[in-house]
Design a protein around this ligand. Sequence first.
Ligand SMILES: C[S@@+](CC[C@H](N)C(=O)[O-])C[C@H]1O[C@@H](n2cnc3c(N)ncnc32)[C@H](O)[C@@H]1O
Length: 190
Amino acid sequence: MQDKPLTQIAHETLAPLISPGDTVIDATVGNGHDTLFLAQKVGLQGKVYGFDIQQEALDICYQRLSDNNADKQVSLFHAGHETMPMLIPVDYHIEKIQAIMFNLGYLPGGDKHRRTQLSTTLSALHFALQSLSIDGAITLLAYTGHSGGKEECNAIKDWLSTFNDAYDISHIKPQGATNSPPELIIIKKT
Ligand SMILES: C[S@@+](CC[C@H](N)C(=O)[O-])C[C@H]1O[C@@H](n2cnc3c(N)ncnc32)[C@H](O)[C@@H]1O
């Protein structure tokens, strides 16, 4: 249980693992808070690949990046994260990505129906597990309060439990959680 925002814990978990020059992925760009964090960590020598199905999200993110002079090291794709195998250069497909962030659900302030879906999330996670560096980590923040959110979260946890031998997987929930708490899942290669 934690009293800090799970978004902050995700950043604090990844910060010591990411060095300037690393390649990382933001699987759900949204308003671009995580993309900016990743861009600042990898610096101009590094690379952030970002994915979102909504142009609106990418526009907000581009603005945030350019306001912070952190846009040059970022490539944003108007595409679902399930297309990672097609859009990430093949040299990075096996154990070359230092950090991958998933922040599931819908765009805050946007259309709640345009949200992540279990089948495409699992497809992207499959690529993420394969492309993750030995000393890197995946953070996955799942919200269970909206329609389909709890089912998505539980199915992801069931699927991930089949990888327990190869990955170190931890789960963090906020303190004083309500009936539908968000959950942060942290995945490291063992
Ligand atoms: C909770 S928001 C992400 C918040 C974001 N990481 C931030 O720092 O502001 C979830 C985002 O996932 C996007 N999304 C939904 N399905 C997706 C998919 N298949 N691939 C990539 N992004 C998707 C939504 O459009 C939405 O912008």
